[in-house]
Design a protein around this ligand. Structure first.
Ligand code: 5GP
Length: 140
C-alpha cells in the first residue's frame, strides 16, 4: 500500500481544509478530532508522509511518541482526567479510516465509557476544549 497525499490529514497539514490545531513542532502536528469519542480527543500526526506504523520510519514514530506523551500529560491536566487512552489503527482491517499515521489521545474518567464513533461535535465545544489543552500545554 502506498501513501496517497490526498488523504484528509495531508490536506489538513497543507491547510487545504480547516482544523483546530493545539500544538506543533518541526516534526508533528496535533489537532482536535471532529468526531470526538471523549472531550479533548485529539490526534497526533507526523508532518511527513506515511500511512501508519507499517511504513513509518523510526524517526517518525519517535517524534509522534514524544508529542503523544506531551499531549497525554496536557489532557490529563486540562480535563482533570484520571486516565488517558491512546489508540492507533493500521490499514482498513485494523480499523484505520484515514491513511496518514495518527495517534488518538483520549482523556478518561472513572466510570465514563468512550462515546460511539462517527458523531460530529459542535465546533464551539471543540474550540473550547482545544483552548483548555493549549492552556495546559503552556503551564507544563
Ligand atoms: P482512524 O483512521 O484511526 O480510524 O480514525 C480517523 C479519525 O479521524 C476519526 O476519529 C475521525 O473522527 C477523524 N476525522 C475524520 N475526518 C476528519 C476531519 O476532517 N477532521 C478532523 N479533525 N478529524 C477527522
Amino acid at each position: 500500500m502506498s501513501y496517497d497525499d490526498t488523504n484528509i490529514f495531508a490536506r489538513i497539514l497543507r491547510d487545504e481544509i480547516p482544523s483546530v490545531r493545539v500544538f506543533e513542532d518541526d516534526d508533528t502536528l496535533v489537532f482536535m478530532d471532529i468526531m470526538p469519542r471523549a472531550d479533548g480527543h485529539c490526534l497526533v500526526i507526523p508532518k511527513t508522509a506515511c500511512r501508519n506504523v507499517l511504513d513509518a520510519t523510526p524517526a517518525q514514530l519517535a517524534a509522534c511518541m514524544a508529542t503523544t506523551q506531551r499531549i497525554a500529560r496536557a489532557v490529563m491536566a486540562a480535563f482533570d482526567a484520571t486516565g488517558v487512552t491512546l489508540q492507533q489503527f493500521n490499514e482498513t482491517d485494523g480499523g484505520q479510516e484515514v491513511f496518514h499515521l495518527h495517534f488518538h489521545v483520549l482523556p478518561r474518567h472513572a466510570g465514563l465509557s468512550l462515546r460511539p464513533p462517527g458523531k460530529m461535535e459542535d465546533m464551539a465545544v471543540i474550540n473550547a476544549n482545544a483552548e483548555k489543552i493549549r492552556a495546559a500545554l503552556a503551564a507544563i
